[in-house]
Design a protein around this ligand. Structure first.
Ligand code: TYD
Length: 223
């Protein structure tokens, strides 16, 4: 393929995104695709510098606009330094969280209005919309348990430590995005065992890549 393919993974805490990204990357590499695995907040040196400020809670006292703009600043750097060059050189990018996390965490369940969020999203992504988004859906009570087990003695981050009710609202907000954008989003049942989840993801991704390679000139967006 000439232009690459941009896949994002979204969902609540402990949904198993990073495990599944690792597995998918291996499968795709085995088929000869060139893969870039990345994550947000972070993924480029500039964005990684902002990551700690966000996840430690250091930006929280300065208000939701400050946090949302920092996520957007990190995203913009990540898009221009890492994602766009990879897509332009024909790679498949697998990104752990992207714009839907901002829509859900800062927009839907935060206090910022939709117009403000849409405006900073537009600036941050600058046309680089994901081709495909896998929404990893799991009951937050289960997800938080998994996240705590993974963390061991470490502390929960700024967002993990919020109330279960907020995590429940986030789950609904991700599902609402999937309903509004069915061409881009696929909901994956992340409560199933890890191999079953991998099979769901592999089937969906290979079908999408196949379908895309049949489109004569691909989609020009973001390239
Ligand atoms: P991270 O440690 O990367 O964990 P995971 O993706 O496994 O949950 O944490 C990222 C946190 O940042 C997560 O709680 C969601 C939050 N977040 C936002 O609030 N807005 C965003 O735009 C992004 C990318 C992440």
């Amino acid at each position: 393929m000439t232009r690459g393919f941009f896949i994002t993974f979204e969902g609540g805490e402990g949904a198993g995104k990073s495990t599944q990204i690792r597995r998918l990357a291996e499968k795709l590499r085995a088929k000869g695709y060139k893969i870039v695995v990345t994550r947000e907040p972070g993924g480029s040196p500039g964005a990684e510098a902002v990551r700690h400020v966000l996840l430690s809670g250091a930006a929280e006292p300065f208000g939701p606009e400050m946090e949302a703009l920092l996520f957007a600043a990190a995203r913009s750097d990540h898009v221009e330094q890492v994602i766009r060059p990879a897509i332009q050189s024909g790679k498949i990018v697998l990104c752990d969280r992207f714009l839907d996390s901002s829509r859900v965490y800062q927009g839907g369940t935060g206090s910022l209005d939709a117009t403000y969020m849409a405006e900073i999203e537009r600036i941050a992504i600058n046309g680089m919309m994901p081709d495909m988004t896998l929404i990893m859906d799991i009951d937050p009570a289960e997800g938080l348990k998994r996240a705590a087990a993974r963390r061991g003695a470490g502390e929960a981050d700024r967002f993990e430590k919020e109330d279960l009710a907020i995590h429940q609202r986030r789950r609904q907000a991700f599902l609402a995005i999937a309903e509004q954008e069915p061409d881009r989003c696929i909901v994956i049942d992340a409560s199933a065992d890890v191999d079953a989840v991998e099979n769901q993801i592999t089937a969906a991704v290979f079908a999408a890549i196949e379908a895309r390679s049949k489109v004569p000139h691909g989609r020009a967006k973001g390239a």
